[in-house]
Ligand binder design. Structure first.
Ligand code: FES
Length: 106
């Protein structure tokens, strides 16, 4: 069974923005893309850029350092098949955003 932890309130992350949360000492980028929340490992696999500070367009985030792009749902690169970031389940309970403690299986 998935174990979730509350990381924010829905109103804390406006649509089109992201924030960084910490779950069990792991930095997670929490995105609100058009009202749908996504949680990804915050560290870009290229050189460690902070994905929560990237540009969000549709369901894609662009790393702020060198513009690698990742699908928010799958964590996979959108322009190649050689890197991905871990993703986490997100659920909304009342006005709380909850993230799974463990990443989705690869
Ligand atoms: S660190 Fe993200 S693209 Fe380089």
């Amino acid at each position: 069974m998935t174990d979730y932890v509350t990381v924010a309130r829905v109103a804390d992350v406006a649509p089109g923005t992201a924030t960084t949360v910490v779950v069990d000492r792991r930095e997670i980028a929490l995105f609100n893309a058009g009202g749908t929340f996504y949680a990804l490992e915050n560290t870009c696999p290229h050189q460690g850029g902070p994905l929560a500070e990237g540009w969000i367009e549709g369901r894609t985030v662009t790393c702020p350092w060198h513009a690698w792009c990742f699908d928010l749902a799958s964590g996979k690169m959108t322009l190649g098949d050689y890197a991905e970031v871990e993703t986490f389940e997100v659920r909304i309970v009342d006005d709380e955003v909850q993230v799974s403690r463990t990443p989705r299986p690869a």
